[in-house]
Design a protein around this ligand. Structure first.
Ligand code: ADP
Ligand code: MG
Length: 349
């Protein structure tokens, strides 16, 4: 074997994102007594006396998370803040401060970065957070935006992924799958434009799904409603990677099983029609699409009456014993194992 050839070469793809995080961090345990919870939830939890401080960070990379061919910079700025705020909401907290790390190549003008910041400032105003710092540097490969967010939550309101109990109700906010369909429209129109730049993109009539993809909102209004209703969820996560994947996180962390009913999953009717146009099954878009930034949480059944009439919330299933697994009950009543890829046979009609 030639010198310098290593036999220890493991492809990152073999581990996957979550496998890699587990692998890198498995021996890390917090040493400071103020570090209440570190890696493994939507935000880290830090003791600050009367309350907990929440901290989270998210990195958006050009070509991976966004394509500037069809992403307005103002929307991108807004979204980069909103997705971080969403992780604070997922702990039942409210955001307070953000910091922004920016790396850009010299193809960006001052005006372009100003546009990005218009979106950042708009989001800061909307979510009532202060931009308190960051870092700016150059890059050889496009634009990268790293946002870190700090938030707060009362100690008796903090909600982890790990607290779901058997017989709890599984609830999601808003509707699911639309952001993925917005992306399909943008990809389709971008491909047509690349083929023939004279053809203008046809985005008409798709405002809702496009907004869901380009300018998502974090669920702070739901956090406020839950507070007003005196409900503390037993577990919660934000839906960034699709309903199936997030439900499985709650299952794993809470050591319970989850059952989701297809006929309960909320899907906007425009998203439903578009899914048909793209020959996709709408429920697959909801289960696997991602980027909806809705909240998925569990509550004790005693709260059922408080939530049942509010259209912001939909009860989509319940928590069962871990021994009974994670299940997806299709519209025809058949039961299927819930996997991170959703239920395989619904992938394409
Ligand atoms: P989310 O999707 O809610 O943003 P992630 O899936 O990105 O969360 O991360 C899961 C957990 O792993 C979080 O607690 C996050 O802080 C942690 N994490 C992610 N990447 C790293 C890393 N490179 N080093 C240490 N912790 C990480
Ligand atoms: Mg999250």
């Amino acid at each position: 074997m030639p010198k310098n050839t290593t036999i220890n070469s493991t492809s990152i793809n073999d581990l996957g994102e979550f496998g890699l995080i587990d692998h890198l961090t498995k021996e890390i345990t917090p040493k400071n007594t103020s570090s209440i919870f570190g890696i493994g939830d939507d935000a880290a939890v830090i003791d600050m006396g009367d309350k907990y401080q929440l901290a989270s960070t998210d990195l958006l990379v050009e070509g991976v998370h966004f394509d500037l061919a069809y992403t307005p910079l103002k929307h991108l700025g807004y979204k980069s803040v909103a997705v971080n705020v969403s992780d604070i909401c997922a702990m039942n907290g409210v955001p307070k401060q953000i910091m922004i790390g920016l790396a850009m190549s010299n193809r960006f003008t001052v005006e372009a970065i100003e546009e990005l910041y218009q979106g950042v400032k708009l989001a800061c105003k909307h979510y009532e957070v202060d931009l308190v710092g960051g870092d700016t540097t150059s890059s050889v490969s496009g634009l990268m935006i790293s946002v870190s967010v700090l938030g707060e939550v009362e100690k008796d309101r903090i909600t982890y992924r790990s607290g779901a109990n058997i017989n709890d109700l599984l609830v999601c906010t808003g509707d699911l799958g639309a952001a993925y369909l917005g992306l399909q429209i943008l990809n389709r129109e971008n491909a047509i434009f690349k083929e023939n730049p004279k053809i203008q993109p046809d985005l008409s009539g798709n405002d809702y799904v496009l907004r869901r993809q380009l300018k998502p909102e974090a669920g702070i209004k739901y956090i406020k409603i839950l507070r007003d209703l005196a409900i503390v969820p037993t577990s919660m996560i934000d839906i960034s990677d699709g309903l199936a994947s997030e439900a499985l996180h709650i299952s794993k962390h809470s050591k319970v099983g989850i059952t989701i009913h297809e006929n309960k999953v909320p899907i906007d009717y425009t998203a439903m029609n578009l899914a048909n146009e793209f020959n996709l099954n709408p429920i697959t878009c909801a289960l696997n699409g991602g980027e909806d930034y809705e909240l998925l949480f569990t509550i004790n059944q005693e709260h059922y009456d408080k939530l049942k009439k509010d259209p912001d919330f939909t009860i989509i299933g319940f928590i069962n014993d871990i021994a009974d697994g994670n299940n997806f009950i299709a519209n025809d009543g058949s039961s299927h194992p819930l996997t991170a890829q959703g239920w395989d046979s619904v992938k394409n009609k």
